[in-house]
Design a binder for this molecule. Structure first.
Ligand code: MG
Length: 243
């Protein structure tokens, strides 16, 4: 028994010393990460991004019923138009990195959930809240940066109403088993104006206004939806990278 112990100690020290001498043993060369040309700034689209909105047209968007999106287009931004309803992308997405800029109206009207409310529904189901939460208290899991009615943001990184704000989002779609049961929850990381507000957080399920989040099986990809909550929230510079 003693001999075996001695032998293995020698082997471990031999392989350890070989590694000490040859740095190549710990190098990984394949696969080689493909080249992506970054944008001029962190806010501009890198070379492999799909541009969802560049301020010029609503070509990538449609209304809920598949007809033309009727949001207002002006000043390189699109704005929720009264009664136009939500809009959704023509393309579908699952795991993604999403950059989106938004602005709540400069003229402050209403309070709580009634001030600069919109939302970004990943896969059309999971709402990252958009709200003017600058000096505007509401329930914590309904303020800006929250996963609505689920996860409060880590902090409130709001800019003043009327100022452009950014969301940088990393989203992992949920997975389902063959029997339609939930295999793994959706996860989300969100930077609000460059500040971390959701840190690889597990989303409970599809957003519900009343009651508990649900986890009905759905496809691997689905359109991104922007909410019409009756407030004139604007959006610009929207790009997405599929992961
Ligand atoms: Mg909302």
């Amino acid at each position: 028994m003693k001999k075996v112990v001695f032998f293995s100690v020698v082997c471990i020290s031999l392989s350890a010393s070989a590694q000490d001498k040859d740095p190549r043993l710990t190098e990984v060369w394949k696969p080689e990460p493909r080249v992506v040309t970054p944008g001029k700034t962190a806010a501009s689209a890198p070379s492999d991004a799909i541009i969802l909105f560049n301020g010029k047209n609503l070509d990538e968007w449609q209304a809920r019923d598949g007809k033309a999106a009727k949001w207002k287009l002006e000043d390189d931004a699109m704005t929720v138009a009264k009664g136009a309803g939500e809009i959704k992308t023509k393309k579908s997405f699952g795991d993604c990195q999403l950059h989106i800029e938004w602005r709540s109206p400069a003229e402050v009207k209403g309070e709580g959930q009634g001030r600069g409310n919109s939302g970004i529904f990943l896969m059309g189901l999971y709402e990252l809240q958009v709200l003017d939460s600058y000096n505007n208290r509401t329930y914590s899991n309904g303020q800006v940066g929250s996963i609505y009615k689920q996860l409060p943001p880590l902090v409130n990184a709001s800019r003043k109403p009327g100022e452009w704000q950014t969301y940088d989002i990393i989203f992992t779609a949920p997975q389902f088993n063959k029997d339609s049961s939930l295999k793994s929850q959706a996860r989300i990381t969100v930077l609000h104006n460059g500040v971390l507000v959701q840190n690889n957080a597990s989303i409970w399920g599809a957003t519900q206004y009343i009651g508990i989040a649900t986890n009905d099986v759905h496809s691997e990809k689905a359109p991104l939806v922007l909410q019409d909550h009756g407030d004139a929230v604007s959006f610009r510079n929207i790009w997405i990278r599929e992961l």
